[in-house]
Design a protein around this ligand. Sequence first.
Ligand code: PLP
Ligand code: COI
Length: 366
Amino acid sequence: TAAPTLSISLHPSATPVSVERRAELLLDPGFGRVFTDHMVTAQYADGGWRDAQLRPYGPLSLEPATAVMHYAQEIFEGLKAYRQPDGGTALFRPDRNAARFRYSAQRLAMAPLPEQLFLDSVRVLVEQDRAWVPTFPEGSLYLRPFMFANEQFLGVRPALQYFYGLIASPVGAYFPRGVKPVNLWLSTDRVRAVPGGTGDAKTGGNYAASLMAQAEATEAGCDQVVFVDAVERRWVEELGGMNIFFVFDDGAGGRRLATPPLTGSLLAGITRDSLLTLAADHGHPVEERPVSVEEWRGSAADGSLVEVFACGTAAVITPIGRVRSRDGEFVIADGEAGPVTMALRQALLDIQYGKAPDKHNWMHRV
Ligand code: PLP
Ligand code: COI
């Protein structure tokens, strides 16, 4: 028999944001700046999860000795609720986020959150704050589950107490320029993750480790960093917050796709996984295989590489126009968004917004 699931007690806000103010905030929320009226929290202590509640969004109070602030036991997730044609809402593959959250917890030696509690928390928060799900094109409610060690202890060992939180943020496009191609900075001096490290866990430290390279990218006039493997500094892995796909001309007028394999040092993106399926649905052979920087540069130069795009929950599918490094710059085709990129992007969005049949049972109504 399944373990009983912890029920979430409801303590809705007595002072939610006014309808007028919410409408104003929803006009142009940007990404990750506006938060809804509520959050869900739970606490792990004495070997179990307890005290799950939906309550008003608000500050947390932490003592200076809280373990996460010293040794960084922290993980998070990112998923979205999408407005449906009938006015309802639906989540995209939340079971995958629940499973990845569990994996990340295990990798960081943290107490895993039961997947059912993860899913219940998302459902309860979306139900409560449904009015915050944007209705404008490509708007969504970005959900951010997170967990950290909140035991007060300075010894170095896995903590015995953890805090789980879930907050929600109405969002528009992650990149302010919309689907305009982004330019990448190829970072070979700095790496994001190493073999045997935490690269395939969604832990804050990976993002902290990526920020210096991201700052170098900005300084070099680029939008995002692309990381290579730590050992040979040769194999393309992913961007700071997105996976990457390459689209090749197959020499017979068709298109074949490639994306780096899950070696353990890159995140197993749920968008990446979905695109492996969608690309096949669109008749494109797709391979998970190593792609080297030399192949990337060479195939861009000889014209056999026709498109490159990045993908993730926040970024959806974003075309990549140019790649710059210490050795110079190269352009992918004409530097504009390509047809395979745009067709897959539309196919994914159509499923997420309930405009196309959900053949793979990816959508979960809330
Ligand atoms: N890679 C990294 C480092 C990320 O942070 C993300 C975003 O979550 C992704 C890839 C894409 O993952 P997903 O498609 O599950 O959002
Ligand atoms: C997401 O896509 O959910 C991420 O976590 C990536 C981050 C750049 C916002």
